[in-house]
Design a protein around this ligand. Structure first.
Ligand SMILES: Cc1cc2nc3c(=O)[nH]c(=O)nc-3n(C[C@H](O)[C@H](O)[C@H](O)COP(=O)(O)OP(=O)(O)OC[C@H]3O[C@@H](n4cnc5c(N)ncnc54)[C@H](O)[C@@H]3O)c2cc1C
Length: 493
């Protein structure tokens, strides 16, 4: 009886109120986020510390073979990163003492990204190798395959008492990239801007703002305003398209605010000799790009060949075979690659050995240069069945490092077989403006073509993940955030 009364006296426990449960879940989530953030900051600090504090390196070992590596671009740096320097001495020769992340170069021409954010000093890489890697900031001017020596020259403004010398090699890796293709047309080098190197992007940025300011000069004639504000891009490949897209964004997001009196007069024209832009992309994406350009008032002149380049105008033969004069303020020339003088010299020297193509160094599927001993070539300086892209150069560089790892093992008496190079295409991406990108991605045995804002987010994440260093990633993301918040800088450097 007493027990029953007691039971009645104690009320049933009320079910736990829902909001509290939700609060406790939120608290748990908050804790996880906090721990994640602490972990991420800790990891980032560790990476930064490691990068800033390289460890002791082994010194040059005369008993080891010496690899001389020409270049500090995509091919050379991916080769260097993977190469085990315990097995070899390495000397790098390049006029550029940094690696340049070229896919984001068009973004630098309008200040979306700052130039230094996509540069990685080569010492940041060499200093982390197990053995000391020598770097000579110089240009290789000649290669003698018989004596296995190269001639190098300091081509910078400041030179010491010695600025030319010859260095011997046991193995030579040629990764010198390619020159800008001008088709031998007079006036291109004098009047147009290329888009390959850091100084090209700088020159374009300065000239662009110079054109805009000159158009705003007191009593400027309407014809001259129209000319100065006409930006012409020659070449409808990814570089030309991405530059036109970045220029459009700059115009829409920034110039519209700061130069309202001029912005309506600014025009962008893309000139392409082929029937369409971006021939390497699927027809669906080509049409999407052309539609987007039309919406963005970028005029695309296809089947149009440039015939003459002067300081203020170009003459083109249009699709109807009429000669038309196009006045311009800024001319950007992005019509592809041709071999550098050094590659041409080497090709001529090795003609008897099988260098029969004028388009680049011929190599076999092990990256060996035809007609030469112990000489390898990778990237844009070669002529292969692959497109001249960073993707190909990187994979060739990584492959070649594995070839050298196997050579070292074979030399130590191990039984090793070296397999030929196999390229795996990861897809093609391009930015087309207004926060839209296009992507052709391999999927199973086919291809998926996508375009739009989501692809743009993908484009950004791919580039960030492909950057060689945490430092570059941090700087580029910072620049993206900065230009979103404050807009791009319109001052002329
Ligand atoms: C604006 C732009 C955007 C691009 N976007 C993409 C992209 O999105 N995806 C993609 O896959 N590819 C892209 N590419 C192509 C890609 O950059 C090239 O295919 C890649 O750089 C080739 O690598 P490489 O090592 O052969 O040559 P490079 O990277 O050009 O490096 C050549 C190196 O050789 C050095 N050198 C030159 N002459 C000498 C000499 N005489 N002696 C010693 N060293 C020398 C140079 O200074 C440089 O360090 C883009 C290119 C440009 C210009």
């Amino acid at each position: 009886m007493a027990t029953a009364a007691a039971k009645n006296a104690i009320p049933n426990p009320a079910p736990a109120p829902q909001p509290k449960k939700r609060w406790s879940r939120l608290r748990a989530l908050k804790r996880i986020i906090q721990l994640g953030a602490v972990g991420a900051v800790g990891y980032a600090s560790y990476v930064v510390y490691q990068n800033r504090h390289p460890t002791e390196q082994k010194q040059f070992d005369p008993s080891k073979r010496t690899i001389v590596l020409l270049g500090t671009g995509w091919g050379a740096v991916s080769f260097l990163k993977k190469l085990n320097t315990d097995d070899f001495n390495v000397i790098i020769v390049s006029p550029r003492n940094y690696f340049l992340f070229t896919p984001l170069l068009p973004s630098c021409t309008v200040g979306t990204i700052e130039l230094r954010s996509i540069m990685e000093p080569i010492r940041f890489i060499t200093r982390h190798k197990s053995r000391n890697v020598k770097f000579y900031e110089s240009e290789c001017t000649d290669i003698d395959p018989e004596s296995k020596t190269i001639s190098i020259t300091d081509v910078s403004d400041i030179k010491g008492a010695v600025s030319n010398t010859t260095i011997p090699y046991d193995y030579l890796v040629v990764a010198i990239g390619a020159d800008n293709q001008t088709f031998g047309m007079a006036g291109v080098r004098e009047h147009a801007c290329f888009l390959k190197e850091i100084w090209d992007a700088q020159k374009i940025r300065t000239r662009l703002m110079d054109c805009v300011e000159s158009a705003g000069f007191a009593s400027q004639t309407p014809e001259e305003v129209s000319r100065l504000l006409h930006m012409v891009v020659v070449g409808g490949g990814p570089t030309g398209v991405e530059y036109a897209a970045e220029l459009h964004d700059f115009l829409k997001d920034d110039l519209q605010i700061w130069y309202p009196e001029l912005v309506d007069k600014l025009r962008i024209t893309l000139v392409e000799a082929l029937p369409n832009v971006l021939p390497m992309f699927s027809s669906q994406l080509i049409q999407y790009t052309e539609r987007t350009f039309k919406q963005n008032n970028i005029e695309v002149l296809t089947k149009t060949m440039v015939k003459e380049v002067a300081d203020k105008e170009i003459k083109v033969m249009d699709a109807n075979k009429n000669m038309v004069s196009i006045p311009y303020g800024l001319l950007v020339w992005a019509t592809g690659n041709c071999p550098r003088p050094l590659a041409r010299k080497l090709m001529a020297r090795l003609k008897e050995g099988g260098q029969s193509s004028p388009r680049g160094l011929l190599i076999d599927e092990y990256m060996r240069v035809a007609g030469a001993q112990d000489m390898y070539a990778i990237g844009d300086c070669t002529f292969t069945k692959y497109a001249p892209t960073a993707q190909v150069a990187t994979q060739q560089g990584l492959y070649l490092a594995s070839v050298f790892a196997n050579l070292a093992r074979i030399e130590r008496g191990e039984n090793r077989k070296i397999s030929p190079f196999e390229y795996t295409h990861q897809g093609s991406l391009a930015y087309i403006g207004s926060d839209r990108a296009i992507a052709d991605l391999p999927f199973l045995n086919g291809n998926v073509s996508v375009g739009g804002v989501a692809t743009y987010v993908f484009w950004r994440s791919v580039y960030i993940s492909n950057m060689f260093s945490f430092r570059n990633r941090f700087l580029v993301v910072g620049d993206w955030v900065k230009s979103r918040i404050f807009g791009r800088d319109v001052s002329r450097e």
